[in-house]
Design a protein around this ligand. Structure first.
Ligand SMILES: *Cc1c(COP(=O)(O)O)cnc(C)c1O
Length: 397
């Protein structure tokens, strides 16, 4: 089968830049994308520079690379460089926005079943602290968030719409743009968790209409671990008060006062993994170089191919839902637990992951599932790897 979008030559180039391919089949890109050589080299080079020059001196030397981080991330999502903050992971990025909202008792959050575990426990903490309420919108018949339900859930006390674009535990791509239209019409703050979508499919904050978006470095963007980013649009900046401030996020004016810096960097901290920031900028620039449209088409096509091949195995049940699906493929094999499937694949040098109900309390149990195997493909994966994978699954059953 031929997958449109990236040429064979492009895929070969991607694989040449991925040192891990050939030794294993990495279908755990939703956990961590397999390292990308240009990004890895940029990290190593900066660490060497720090050793040679001193850490502060190396950062000053690399100021153009640090600027490039902001322009690359802005280009990736269609924002402006000053609307981007570098944060150590997607969870803290999301937190910096969420805990920056001045929730009052009785305020309500509209969310869906795809919501990420850490986001949801933060809702529960805010409920305990401030007495907010959580409105879970049901899925529609296809399995994506029900748009009519979103519209109906919004009321006078709705303070926030929080949506996970692509859940960590399913192939679903939620209709972020359509939710954005509803948010815009209702004039409600809209926070999109784009952790799995950043680097997997094209993103445009203007089209999505989210004021806030969070993402991580190490998954589909294939940047270093311990890196993430937050987008906060100029339009909603003043609706958030950073839960922590430091010398990066604020200027100390005099004994009695400080002023927040006038852009999204008020959500950053001063001390950071500088090499990681440079590496994420490089990884992002790399993805943009290939074109997110083409990468996204290939990831979705490979995901569809994997699903169609797995559907030919009688012992495999697929668990992906939604009208639109991406590169995350979830399933279970009859006669063994997802953990057993993962362990056996691992012995065959095939990486997958398991999503457990403990990380998806409002989704998997709702579908009577304790756990699913998660195979997540990226643009550098191949049809041949998929065929080898499906054969390996077949052998297990
Ligand atoms: C992985 C993930 C996160 C958390 O990202 P970290 O960088 O690990 O903090 C948030 N949301 C979703 C949907 C994820 O898959």
């Amino acid at each position: 089968m031929s997958v449109p979008s990236l040429s064979q030559q492009d895929v070969e180039a991607l694989r040449e830049d991925t040192p891990g391919v050939g030794q294993l089949i990495h279908f755990n890109n939703a956990g961590t994308g397999l390292a990308l050589a240009p990004s890895l080299n940029a990290v190593k080079q900066h660490l060497d520079l720090e050793a040679r020059l001193g850490g502060y001196e190396a950062a000053a030397h690399a100021s153009a690379d640090l600027d490039a981080f902001y322009s690359a991330l802005a280009a990736l999502i269609g924002g402006k460089p000053h609307e981007i903050a570098y944060v150590e992971n997607a969870t803290r990025a999301w937190d910096m926005a969420f805990y920056g909202i001045d929730f009052r008792e009785g305020d309500r959050i509209v969310t869906g079943r795809a919501e990420y575990v850490s986001n949801y426990v933060a809702f529960l903490q805010m409920k305990r602290r401030k007495g907010i309420e959580i409105d879970i919108v049901e899925d529609d018949a296809s399995g994506q968030i029900d748009l009519k339900g979103v519209k109906e859930a919004i009321g006078a006390r709705t303070r926030l719409i929080a949506l996970t674009h692509i859940p960590t535990f399913s192939g679903l791509i939620n209709p972020a743009e359509e939710v954005g239209e509803i948010a815009r019409a209702a004039n409600v703050l809209y926070l999109l968790d784009a952790c799995q979508s950043a680097g997997q499919i094209p993103l445009n904050v203007g089209e999505i209409g989210c004021g806030i978006l969070s993402g991580t470095g190490r998954k589909y963007l294939r940047g270093p671990r311990g890196t993430g980013f937050l987008y906060v649009s100029d339009a909603v900046l003043d609706q958030l008060d950073p839960p922590f401030v430091d010398l990066q996020s604020a200027d100390w004016i005099d004994e009695a006062s400080y002023e927040l810096v006038p852009h999204a960097r008020r959500f950053e901290t001063w001390e950071r993994y500088v090499a990681g920031q440079i590496g994420l900028g490089v990884a992002t620039g790399y993805a943009i170089g290939f074109g997110m449209e083409r990468i996204g088409n290939r990831v979705c096509a490979l995901g569809a191919y994997l699903r169609s091949e797995l559907s030919g195995l009688s012992d495999v049940t697929l668990h992906d839902k939604g009208r639109r699906k991406g590169g995350i493929v979830t399933f279970a094999v009859a006669g063994e637990t997802p953990a057993q499937t993962k362990a056996r694949l691992s012995a065959a040098q095939i990486n997958v992951s398991v999503s457990n109900a403990s990380s998806a309390r409002i989704d998997l149990p709702h579908r009577n599932l304790d756990a699913v195997v998660r195979a997540s493909v990226h643009a550098f994966n191949t049809e041949t790897e998929i065929e080898t994978f499906v054969k390996a699954i077949g052998k297990l059953t």
